[in-house]
Design a protein around this ligand. Sequence first.
Ligand SMILES: *Cc1c(COP(=O)(O)O)cnc(C)c1O
Length: 341
Amino acid sequence: MSANLFHGDENCVGNITSCGTESLLLAMKTYREYRGKGDVIMCVTGHPGINKGCNYVGLNVVQIPTDEKKRMSVAHLKKAISSKTVVVVCSAPQYPNGVVDDVPELAKVCKSYGVPLHVDSAIGGYVLPFIEKLGKYKFKPWDFRVDGVTSINADIHKYGYAPKGASMLIYRNSTIRRNQYFSFATWPGGIYISPTAMGSRNGGCLSGGWGSLLHLGVEGFTSITAKVLEEVEKLVKFIKEDAELDLEAEPDSTIVSFHTKSFSCYLLADALEKRGLFVEKQSNPESIHMTIMPNHIGKVDNIIKAIKECIAEVKKNPSQYDLGSKAMYGMMAKIPDEAIT
Ligand SMILES: *Cc1c(COP(=O)(O)O)cnc(C)c1O
C-alpha cells in the first residue's frame, strides 16, 4: 500500500519498523554496507534521527545550509558531494518549517555522482500524497517518481493515524535492501536472520498501522487532509496579515512556523502555554512551530484568537511571561542531567 502511494514499482521492497528514528538508523546501516564508510550529506533542517543513525553506525555527517526558502541548498550539495559521499538525505517535508526539499534537483546532482538519495518523509509520507490528490500542492515530486530517489521512510504513526510504533522504510529495489539484513550463521541456537534493528517486535503496532490504512483508505485520508489543510490555510493567512507575526517559510504541508517581530517569540509561546495551549519553541533561529493534526479541525479560529490576545498581553507586560524557557523538541520539559556532556 505504501509503495503504491509513493509511486514505487513492483521492484520496491520494504519493512515496517518501530519509528522514524529506527527507519533512519536502518537506512544509514544499509547504505554503510552498500557503499562503505564515509560521509552522509544532510541539510541543517534534517531530523536529528539522521545524526543519531550516523552516530550509531559510524558514518560522518556533513551538514549543509538551506536556500532562502528553507529548502536543502542544491548549490551547497554540488560543493559538498564527493567520492567520500555514502548517501545524501533530504526531507519531504523537513520538520522545522514544513517545507519539501527540491528532490528532483537534488536527485540530479546525486545521480551525476552515482550517489544514492534517501528521502525522510517521516511526517509527510501519509499527507503529501493526499495534498497532491486535492490539487493543493506547491511542491515538486519527492517520491519514487523521481529518478535517483533510492529509498523513503514514512511514519504510519504520524499522519497515518496509527498508534505509536509503526513506520515504513521502502527501497527502490532489493539489491539495496539486502544490506539492511543482519545474519549470523554459527550460533548453537540456529541461523539468526534479522531484517530490522529490533529483535522481537510488537505485532500490535504493526496491525494498528495496517488497520489504520485499510480503515481510512485513500478516500478517508483525502477527506481528512482536506479539512486539516483548511485549518492550515486559515493559520497561514492570519500570520501573513498580522503586523506582529512573520512566517519562517511558506509551508508546503501541515506544519506552520513563525516568529514575532518586536519581542522574543518564546514569550508568546509561554503566554499560550499559560492558557494550556502548547506550541513548540524552535531555535536557530527562534520560532514557534505548530503541527496541525485532525484534532485541530474546527479549533484554529480559537487558536488564532488566543494568539492575538497573547500578543497584546505580552506587549503590555513582557516580564510576566519570561519563563526562561528553552527550545526543546518532542515535549521534553527539561534537559536531563545525563544528557549534559
Ligand atoms: C518525527 C520525525 C522523525 C522521527 O520519527 P520518530 O518516529 O519520532 O522516531 C524523523 N524525521 C522527521 C522529518 C520527523 O518529523
